[in-house]
Design a protein around this ligand. Structure first.
Ligand SMILES: NC(=O)c1ccc[n+]([C@@H]2O[C@H](COP(=O)([O-])OP(=O)(O)OC[C@H]3O[C@@H](n4cnc5c(N)ncnc54)[C@H](OP(=O)(O)O)[C@@H]3O)[C@@H](O)[C@H]2O)c1
Length: 296
Protein backbone atom coordinates (compact mmCIF):
# COMPACT_ATOMS: atom_id res chain seq x y z
CA UNK A 1 0.00 0.00 0.00
CA UNK A 2 1.29 3.44 -0.95
CA UNK A 3 -0.06 6.50 0.85
CA UNK A 4 -0.42 9.71 -1.17
CA UNK A 5 -0.88 12.60 1.24
CA UNK A 6 -2.58 15.44 -0.60
CA UNK A 7 -3.95 12.91 -3.08
CA UNK A 8 -6.74 15.31 -4.09
CA UNK A 9 -4.30 18.06 -5.08
CA UNK A 10 -2.88 18.91 -8.47
CA UNK A 11 0.12 16.59 -8.27
CA UNK A 12 -1.45 13.98 -5.99
CA UNK A 13 -4.29 13.42 -8.48
CA UNK A 14 -1.74 12.71 -11.21
CA UNK A 15 0.35 10.35 -9.06
CA UNK A 16 -2.55 8.07 -8.08
CA UNK A 17 -3.35 6.62 -11.55
CA UNK A 18 0.35 6.00 -12.23
CA UNK A 19 0.65 4.07 -8.97
CA UNK A 20 -2.43 2.01 -9.84
CA UNK A 21 -1.03 1.30 -13.29
CA UNK A 22 2.18 0.09 -11.63
CA UNK A 23 0.11 -2.40 -9.63
CA UNK A 24 0.02 -0.69 -6.23
CA UNK A 25 -2.83 -0.41 -3.80
CA UNK A 26 -3.17 3.27 -2.97
CA UNK A 27 -4.53 5.23 -0.01
CA UNK A 28 -5.10 8.95 -0.34
CA UNK A 29 -5.30 11.33 2.56
CA UNK A 30 -6.66 14.90 2.49
CA UNK A 31 -9.06 17.01 4.53
CA UNK A 32 -11.67 17.66 1.85
CA UNK A 33 -11.37 21.41 2.44
CA UNK A 34 -9.46 23.14 -0.35
CA UNK A 35 -10.37 20.37 -2.80
CA UNK A 36 -13.53 18.30 -3.00
CA UNK A 37 -13.09 14.94 -1.31
CA UNK A 38 -14.16 12.16 -3.70
CA UNK A 39 -16.89 9.74 -2.67
CA UNK A 40 -15.22 7.06 -4.72
CA UNK A 41 -12.13 6.66 -6.88
CA UNK A 42 -10.83 3.83 -9.01
CA UNK A 43 -10.71 0.29 -7.64
CA UNK A 44 -7.60 -0.09 -5.55
CA UNK A 45 -7.84 3.38 -3.99
CA UNK A 46 -8.70 3.73 -0.32
CA UNK A 47 -9.97 7.15 0.76
CA UNK A 48 -9.01 8.62 4.11
CA UNK A 49 -10.27 11.99 5.20
CA UNK A 50 -7.60 13.23 7.58
CA UNK A 51 -5.59 16.23 8.69
CA UNK A 52 -1.81 16.45 8.89
CA UNK A 53 -2.36 18.55 11.99
CA UNK A 54 -3.53 15.45 13.87
CA UNK A 55 -1.13 12.80 15.20
CA UNK A 56 -3.95 10.26 15.21
CA UNK A 57 -4.88 10.96 11.57
CA UNK A 58 -1.23 10.62 10.57
CA UNK A 59 -0.92 7.29 12.40
CA UNK A 60 -4.07 6.00 10.72
CA UNK A 61 -2.88 7.18 7.32
CA UNK A 62 0.47 5.36 7.38
CA UNK A 63 -0.76 2.09 8.93
CA UNK A 64 0.11 -0.84 6.70
CA UNK A 65 1.92 1.26 4.08
CA UNK A 66 5.29 0.35 2.59
CA UNK A 67 5.70 3.73 0.90
CA UNK A 68 4.49 7.29 1.44
CA UNK A 69 4.39 10.19 -1.01
CA UNK A 70 4.03 13.68 0.45
CA UNK A 71 2.20 15.91 -2.04
CA UNK A 72 0.29 18.08 0.45
CA UNK A 73 0.81 21.82 0.68
CA UNK A 74 -0.59 24.83 2.47
CA UNK A 75 1.06 27.37 0.17
CA UNK A 76 -1.85 27.89 -2.21
CA UNK A 77 -4.63 27.57 0.38
CA UNK A 78 -6.14 30.80 1.73
CA UNK A 79 -6.96 29.55 5.23
CA UNK A 80 -3.78 27.50 5.63
CA UNK A 81 -0.06 28.10 5.25
CA UNK A 82 3.26 26.34 4.61
CA UNK A 83 4.24 26.28 8.29
CA UNK A 84 1.21 24.18 9.23
CA UNK A 85 1.34 21.81 6.27
CA UNK A 86 4.66 21.80 4.41
CA UNK A 87 6.70 22.00 7.63
CA UNK A 88 4.82 20.81 10.73
CA UNK A 89 2.47 18.47 8.87
CA UNK A 90 5.35 16.92 6.95
CA UNK A 91 7.43 16.43 10.11
CA UNK A 92 4.45 14.87 11.91
CA UNK A 93 3.85 12.49 9.02
CA UNK A 94 7.53 11.53 8.76
CA UNK A 95 7.56 10.61 12.46
CA UNK A 96 4.36 8.57 12.14
CA UNK A 97 5.67 6.79 9.05
CA UNK A 98 9.03 5.91 10.59
CA UNK A 99 7.30 4.63 13.76
CA UNK A 100 4.95 2.48 11.67
CA UNK A 101 7.78 0.81 9.74
CA UNK A 102 7.21 2.52 6.38
CA UNK A 103 10.22 1.69 4.21
CA UNK A 104 10.40 4.62 1.78
CA UNK A 105 9.10 8.17 1.72
CA UNK A 106 9.08 10.54 -1.23
CA UNK A 107 9.05 14.18 -0.12
CA UNK A 108 8.10 16.93 -2.56
CA UNK A 109 10.24 20.02 -2.21
CA UNK A 110 11.64 22.89 -4.22
CA UNK A 111 15.10 23.95 -5.43
CA UNK A 112 16.39 26.59 -3.04
CA UNK A 113 14.99 24.84 0.05
CA UNK A 114 17.24 25.99 2.88
CA UNK A 115 16.92 26.88 6.56
CA UNK A 116 17.90 30.45 5.69
CA UNK A 117 16.00 30.56 2.38
CA UNK A 118 14.60 33.91 1.21
CA UNK A 119 10.91 32.90 1.46
CA UNK A 120 9.05 31.01 4.16
CA UNK A 121 8.01 28.21 1.79
CA UNK A 122 11.68 27.32 1.14
CA UNK A 123 12.47 27.37 4.86
CA UNK A 124 9.49 25.08 5.55
CA UNK A 125 10.57 22.69 2.81
CA UNK A 126 14.08 22.59 4.30
CA UNK A 127 12.62 21.46 7.64
CA UNK A 128 10.64 18.70 5.90
CA UNK A 129 13.74 17.60 4.00
CA UNK A 130 15.77 17.44 7.23
CA UNK A 131 13.07 15.36 8.91
CA UNK A 132 12.88 12.75 6.18
CA UNK A 133 16.68 12.52 5.87
CA UNK A 134 16.99 11.86 9.60
CA UNK A 135 14.02 9.48 9.79
CA UNK A 136 15.79 6.15 9.36
CA UNK A 137 13.50 5.33 6.40
CA UNK A 138 14.75 5.27 2.83
CA UNK A 139 13.86 8.61 1.29
CA UNK A 140 13.81 10.56 -1.94
CA UNK A 141 13.53 14.31 -2.03
CA UNK A 142 12.05 15.48 -5.33
CA UNK A 143 12.59 19.20 -5.79
CA UNK A 144 10.34 20.63 -8.48
CA UNK A 145 9.90 24.09 -9.92
CA UNK A 146 6.60 25.96 -9.94
CA UNK A 147 3.98 23.68 -11.47
CA UNK A 148 3.48 24.80 -15.06
CA UNK A 149 -0.21 23.92 -15.26
CA UNK A 150 -0.94 25.94 -12.13
CA UNK A 151 0.88 28.98 -13.54
CA UNK A 152 -1.08 28.74 -16.77
CA UNK A 153 -4.35 28.54 -14.84
CA UNK A 154 -3.45 31.65 -12.85
CA UNK A 155 -2.60 33.58 -16.02
CA UNK A 156 -5.52 32.30 -18.05
CA UNK A 157 -8.40 33.03 -15.65
CA UNK A 158 -8.17 36.87 -15.95
CA UNK A 159 -7.65 36.56 -19.70
CA UNK A 160 -10.97 34.80 -19.95
CA UNK A 161 -12.85 37.10 -17.62
CA UNK A 162 -11.27 40.49 -18.47
CA UNK A 163 -9.22 39.97 -21.61
CA UNK A 164 -6.05 40.77 -19.65
CA UNK A 165 -3.19 38.43 -18.81
CA UNK A 166 -1.29 39.44 -15.65
CA UNK A 167 2.51 39.44 -15.85
CA UNK A 168 4.23 40.07 -12.53
CA UNK A 169 7.38 42.15 -12.58
CA UNK A 170 9.55 42.64 -15.65
CA UNK A 171 8.30 39.51 -17.39
CA UNK A 172 11.91 38.72 -18.28
CA UNK A 173 13.08 36.78 -15.20
CA UNK A 174 13.76 33.11 -15.98
CA UNK A 175 11.77 30.62 -13.92
CA UNK A 176 12.15 26.86 -14.18
CA UNK A 177 8.77 25.14 -14.28
CA UNK A 178 7.90 21.49 -13.84
CA UNK A 179 4.80 20.06 -15.48
CA UNK A 180 2.48 17.96 -13.33
CA UNK A 181 2.98 15.03 -15.68
CA UNK A 182 6.76 15.12 -15.35
CA UNK A 183 6.65 15.53 -11.58
CA UNK A 184 4.25 12.60 -11.21
CA UNK A 185 6.43 10.40 -13.42
CA UNK A 186 9.55 10.97 -11.34
CA UNK A 187 7.68 10.43 -8.06
CA UNK A 188 6.53 7.00 -9.17
CA UNK A 189 9.98 6.21 -10.54
CA UNK A 190 11.48 7.13 -7.19
CA UNK A 191 9.39 4.45 -5.49
CA UNK A 192 10.71 1.74 -7.81
CA UNK A 193 14.22 2.69 -8.85
CA UNK A 194 17.06 2.12 -6.35
CA UNK A 195 19.02 4.83 -8.20
CA UNK A 196 16.66 7.35 -6.61
CA UNK A 197 16.99 6.13 -3.02
CA UNK A 198 18.40 8.43 -0.36
CA UNK A 199 19.07 11.35 -2.62
CA UNK A 200 17.78 14.69 -3.74
CA UNK A 201 16.79 15.17 -7.35
CA UNK A 202 15.97 18.51 -8.93
CA UNK A 203 13.40 17.92 -11.63
CA UNK A 204 12.41 20.60 -14.11
CA UNK A 205 10.63 20.63 -17.45
CA UNK A 206 11.38 24.02 -19.01
CA UNK A 207 12.82 27.41 -18.09
CA UNK A 208 10.65 30.27 -19.30
CA UNK A 209 10.01 33.92 -18.64
CA UNK A 210 6.51 35.17 -17.90
CA UNK A 211 6.73 37.13 -21.15
CA UNK A 212 7.32 33.93 -23.11
CA UNK A 213 4.38 32.21 -21.45
CA UNK A 214 2.11 35.21 -22.06
CA UNK A 215 3.11 35.37 -25.75
CA UNK A 216 2.38 31.67 -26.22
CA UNK A 217 -0.96 31.88 -24.44
CA UNK A 218 -2.11 35.04 -26.21
CA UNK A 219 -1.15 33.57 -29.58
CA UNK A 220 -3.18 30.50 -28.76
CA UNK A 221 -6.17 32.45 -27.44
CA UNK A 222 -6.13 34.84 -30.40
CA UNK A 223 -7.25 37.76 -28.21
CA UNK A 224 -6.33 39.75 -25.12
CA UNK A 225 -3.31 41.70 -23.92
CA UNK A 226 -0.74 41.70 -21.15
CA UNK A 227 -1.31 43.62 -17.92
CA UNK A 228 1.99 44.31 -16.17
CA UNK A 229 2.12 44.41 -12.39
CA UNK A 230 5.26 46.41 -11.56
CA UNK A 231 7.95 44.79 -9.40
CA UNK A 232 7.72 47.64 -6.88
CA UNK A 233 3.99 46.95 -6.39
CA UNK A 234 4.72 43.26 -5.79
CA UNK A 235 7.36 44.07 -3.17
CA UNK A 236 4.99 46.45 -1.43
CA UNK A 237 2.16 43.91 -1.45
CA UNK A 238 4.40 41.20 0.00
CA UNK A 239 4.79 43.33 3.14
CA UNK A 240 1.63 45.46 3.31
CA UNK A 241 -0.77 42.53 2.78
CA UNK A 242 0.62 40.47 5.68
CA UNK A 243 -1.83 41.63 8.38
CA UNK A 244 -4.92 41.39 6.14
CA UNK A 245 -4.14 38.54 3.77
CA UNK A 246 -1.11 36.36 4.56
CA UNK A 247 -2.08 34.36 1.46
CA UNK A 248 -1.73 37.36 -0.86
CA UNK A 249 1.47 38.41 0.91
CA UNK A 250 3.12 35.04 0.31
CA UNK A 251 2.03 34.93 -3.35
CA UNK A 252 3.56 38.40 -3.79
CA UNK A 253 6.68 37.32 -1.85
CA UNK A 254 7.10 34.33 -4.17
CA UNK A 255 6.63 36.55 -7.23
CA UNK A 256 9.32 38.89 -5.88
CA UNK A 257 11.66 35.94 -5.36
CA UNK A 258 11.04 34.80 -8.94
CA UNK A 259 11.80 38.32 -10.18
CA UNK A 260 15.27 37.99 -8.63
CA UNK A 261 16.06 35.16 -11.07
CA UNK A 262 16.63 32.66 -8.24
CA UNK A 263 13.73 30.44 -9.33
CA UNK A 264 15.66 29.15 -12.35
CA UNK A 265 17.69 25.97 -11.81
CA UNK A 266 19.72 23.45 -13.76
CA UNK A 267 17.72 20.29 -14.35
CA UNK A 268 19.81 18.85 -17.18
CA UNK A 269 21.96 16.51 -15.06
CA UNK A 270 18.96 14.81 -13.42
CA UNK A 271 17.16 14.52 -16.74
CA UNK A 272 20.25 13.03 -18.40
CA UNK A 273 20.27 10.26 -15.82
CA UNK A 274 16.65 9.27 -16.57
CA UNK A 275 16.30 9.97 -20.31
CA UNK A 276 13.31 7.62 -20.67
CA UNK A 277 11.09 9.96 -18.61
CA UNK A 278 9.52 12.30 -21.18
CA UNK A 279 9.80 16.07 -20.91
CA UNK A 280 6.47 17.89 -21.04
CA UNK A 281 6.99 21.57 -21.80
CA UNK A 282 4.78 24.59 -22.40
CA UNK A 283 3.59 23.69 -25.90
CA UNK A 284 2.61 20.16 -24.89
CA UNK A 285 0.76 21.41 -21.81
CA UNK A 286 -1.08 24.03 -23.86
CA UNK A 287 -1.99 21.46 -26.51
CA UNK A 288 -3.21 19.00 -23.90
CA UNK A 289 -5.21 21.64 -22.07
CA UNK A 290 -8.16 21.86 -24.46
CA UNK A 291 -11.07 23.50 -22.68
CA UNK A 292 -10.58 26.24 -20.08
CA UNK A 293 -9.82 24.81 -16.65
CA UNK A 294 -8.63 21.52 -18.10
CA UNK A 295 -4.94 22.16 -17.61
CA UNK A 296 -4.36 19.42 -15.10
N1 LIG B 1 2.57 23.99 -6.92
C1 LIG B 1 3.85 24.31 -7.06
O1 LIG B 1 4.21 25.20 -7.86
C2 LIG B 1 4.91 23.58 -6.25
C3 LIG B 1 6.27 23.95 -6.36
C4 LIG B 1 7.22 23.25 -5.61
C5 LIG B 1 6.83 22.22 -4.77
N2 LIG B 1 5.51 21.92 -4.68
C6 LIG B 1 5.11 20.82 -3.78
O2 LIG B 1 4.54 19.78 -4.56
C7 LIG B 1 3.47 19.16 -3.84
C8 LIG B 1 2.19 19.18 -4.68
O3 LIG B 1 1.79 20.55 -4.86
P1 LIG B 1 0.35 20.88 -5.50
O4 LIG B 1 0.46 22.24 -6.09
O5 LIG B 1 -0.09 19.72 -6.34
O6 LIG B 1 -0.57 20.96 -4.18
P2 LIG B 1 -2.10 21.42 -4.15
O7 LIG B 1 -2.75 21.27 -5.49
O8 LIG B 1 -2.16 22.74 -3.46
O9 LIG B 1 -2.75 20.31 -3.21
C9 LIG B 1 -2.54 20.31 -1.84
C10 LIG B 1 -3.13 19.04 -1.26
O10 LIG B 1 -2.83 18.98 0.13
C11 LIG B 1 -4.05 18.74 0.86
N3 LIG B 1 -3.90 19.30 2.19
C12 LIG B 1 -3.72 20.61 2.53
N4 LIG B 1 -3.64 20.74 3.84
C13 LIG B 1 -3.74 19.49 4.37
C14 LIG B 1 -3.74 18.98 5.71
N5 LIG B 1 -3.61 19.78 6.78
N6 LIG B 1 -3.87 17.64 5.88
C15 LIG B 1 -4.02 16.83 4.80
N7 LIG B 1 -4.04 17.25 3.52
C16 LIG B 1 -3.90 18.58 3.32
C17 LIG B 1 -5.12 19.41 0.00
O11 LIG B 1 -6.44 18.95 0.24
P3 LIG B 1 -7.35 19.60 1.43
O12 LIG B 1 -7.01 21.07 1.52
O13 LIG B 1 -8.75 19.37 0.98
O14 LIG B 1 -6.97 18.87 2.64
C18 LIG B 1 -4.66 18.96 -1.38
O15 LIG B 1 -5.02 17.61 -1.59
C19 LIG B 1 3.38 19.90 -2.52
O16 LIG B 1 4.10 19.21 -1.51
C20 LIG B 1 4.02 21.24 -2.82
O17 LIG B 1 4.56 21.89 -1.68
C21 LIG B 1 4.55 22.54 -5.41
Amino acid sequence: MILVVGGTGRLGRAVVPLLLAAGHQVRIMARGKSQPFPQKMDDGVELLRGDLGSDEDCRQAVAGCSGVVFTASGFGIKDSNPREVDRDGAVRLVRAAAAAGVRHMVMMSMPGAAADGPIDFLRCKAAAEDAVRASGMDWTIVRIGALLEQRLEIMRAPLESKGKMPVFGSGSAPVTYTSVRDAAAVVVRALHDPALRNRVIEWGSQTLTAGQIADAMLARAGHGSVQRIPAAAIRLLSVAARPVSPFLARIAGAAGWEESGAAAFQFGPGRAEFPDIPVTGLQQVLEASGAPGALT
